[in-house]
Design a protein around this ligand. Sequence first.
Ligand code: MG
Length: 119
Amino acid sequence: MKDIKILIVDDEENIRILFKEELEEEGYKIDLASNGYEALEKIKKSPFDLVVLDIKMPGMDGIQTLNEIKKINKDQHVILCSAYGEFKQDFSSWISDAYVVKSADTEELKSTIKSILKA
Ligand SMILES: [Mg+2]
C-alpha cells in the first residue's frame, strides 16, 4: 500500500495531537499545521492526499484557507472540521468534500477519510 499523506490543520494543539495519534494508528502519514498560512506553505511544497481543515482559526479561517488551497490545487481533497454549533454554512464550504463535527471520538472522521480516499 502506498503511503497516504494527510495534513491536519488546527489552531488547537490538543486536537492536532489527538488526530495525529488516531490517524497514525490507521497507517496514514501525518503532517501538522497550526494555521492557514502554514498549511498553504506545506501544500505548495509537497502534495497531500487529503487535508483535514479546522474552520475556526485566528488570522485566516478555514473557509478562506480552503479557497486558497483550491487555487493551488482545485482537486485537493479537503474535510472541513469544527466544534458542534460553531459552523455557519457558507456557500464556499460546498467545495470541500465533507464536513465533520470535531469530537474526541474520531470514528466519523476516520470513516469519512476512508470513503473519500476510496472514491
Ligand atoms: Mg479552531
